[in-house]
Ligand binder design. Sequence first.
Ligand code: NDP
Length: 281
Amino acid sequence: MAIIMSGKVMSAALMEEQKEQVADMKLRGIHPGLAVVLVGEDPASQIYVRNKGQACEDAGIYSRTIRLDAAVSQETLMSTIDELNADSRVHGILVQLPLPKHLDEGTILARVKPEKDVDGFHVVNAGRLFTAQHGVVPCTPKGILYMLKKAEVPLSGKHAVIVGRSNIVGKPAAMLLLNENCTVTICHSRTQDLPSIARQADVLVAAVGRPKFITADMVKPGAAVVDVGINRVDGRLVGDVDFDNAEKVAGWITPVPGGVGKMTISMLLQNTLEAACRQAL
Ligand code: NDP
């Protein structure tokens, strides 16, 4: 049976460290702050935003949610971001995605100052990751690496296979693992014979968005399996990995729920604290 890499356990431990870190920062006159911009009424986004606000409160981080109407103009959203860019109480700005179709996501994300871009989605931060320079790393991939390292999964020289090539998960996860000296393969919907590639993985990351896409026969015995997927099936959350069968083959595995999702919020707080420290210099 695989070792369970529990995001629930790891994020709870990290929260205690973050509370201490915030208390220490406040003694030095730094009061970390996060602003979340929520456009429209998407139910899933509302839950995510509420969870992020609650996590900030738990850690002692000042947080603000700016709610804008679904029909907000691009100009109004841009000027909201400008105000937050100029607000010294706000060290991190997060624009909750997805945005309504009439808004140009790329232009909006590029408006956030790179040093306040705690999601790590700005092209400047993406470029820094690509060139192995210090920048803000997107929360979900950062959480994946945190879990692998915490569980002491060997990475250097190992074959990491990432299934999914999105800008927010697949590609940055691949870059992070490459920077850890993994040999990296990225798979996507046009990949031929994905199962045989997956079976070569020492580290297998599933970021597809399809329930139980990764079956036990696609897992190399002893591999570390990271399940990023969040799928709702019959009112239940399930990942991209057939957990019950894959855990019999894998060496390490993350559950859903209670896995990567928990770490994503932890890493958002971490990015906010790091941004606040850098901005205080
Ligand atoms: P995207 O939809 O942006 O990307 C999905 C990727 O999977 C694409 O690259 C796509 O390939 C690939 N894919 C789809 N179908 C197949 C297939 N049949 N075979 C091989 N590859 C396939 O999703 P995200 O990266 O944003 O998210 C992935 C999952 O992770 C979702 O379930 C999402 O909800 C979850 N998620 C979880 C987070 C967390 O905190 N735990 C955070 C963010 C996302 P192609 O590019 O060719 O279309």
